[in-house]
Design a protein around this ligand. Structure first.
Ligand SMILES: NC(=O)c1ccc[n+]([C@@H]2O[C@H](COP(=O)([O-])OP(=O)(O)OC[C@H]3O[C@@H](n4cnc5c(N)ncnc54)[C@H](OP(=O)(O)O)[C@@H]3O)[C@@H](O)[C@H]2O)c1
Length: 154
């Protein structure tokens, strides 16, 4: 893996996605959002509705390393239905990296959905340790509704 800017040298997903301190970059009243995606050269975001055929092991390693740096991972419900999401942080090593960065072992899973028609077998923190879902302040009006649906989703 090669870093091109600000200097040209070899690097690694672990180096690129460590000590990023996104929370320090956020305005006090706003979340700090980063986007990570993969695309084919001709602009496709999936092959037969899955990203797997488009990405390499290195892409996936960077993707999982980035998850060690954030409070939550936001995903569209269509993606959850197409990709069958497992636990957001895949290994003890990655959970340890999150703790070292001052974060909880697992990030919040934030699903963008109007219908909440989600697979019943999602392995997300609420479903792992029984913790109640935590919503950002701008979503707390729907907290009760979502909490009820989260129980259904387990
Ligand atoms: N190339 C990449 O890096 C990459 C990354 C991520 C995903 N993908 C691929 O993208 C595909 C999924 O695409 P998608 O079009 O289904 O998009 P999506 O963003 O995953 O999900 C769309 C869903 O978002 C919800 N939504 C949209 N607008 C909303 C609104 N205003 N309010 C509330 N909810 C809203 C709706 O959920 P409900 O229907 O539940 O209401 C809608 O069905 C998958 O095949 C996935 O593999 C590729």
């Amino acid at each position: 893996m090669q870093l091109l800017y600000p200097e040209c040298r070899p690097t690694s997903p672990a180096e690129l996605a460590s000590d990023l301190r996104f929370a320090d970059k956020a305005r006090p009243d706003r979340p700090y959002l980063i986007v990570n995606m993969v695309s084919s050269l001709d602009g496709k975001a999936t092959i037969e509705w899955r990203t797997k055929g488009l990405s390499t092991d290195l892409d996936r390693e960077l993707f999982h390393r980035l998850r060690t740096q954030v409070d939550g991972v936001m995903v569209g419900a269509g993606t959850v239905r197409a990709e069958r999401y497992g636990r957001m942080t895949k290994s003890e090593e990655l959970r340890a990296a999150r703790v070292e960065a001052g974060l909880a072992p697992d990030p919040h899973a934030i699903v963008v959905s109007a219908r909440l028609d989600l697979p019943a077998d999602l392995a997300w923190p609420g479903a792992i340790d029984g913790a109640a879902p935590v919503l950002p302040p701008w979503q707390q009006g729907v907290a009760g509704y979502l909490a009820e649906k989260t129980v259904v989703a387990r």
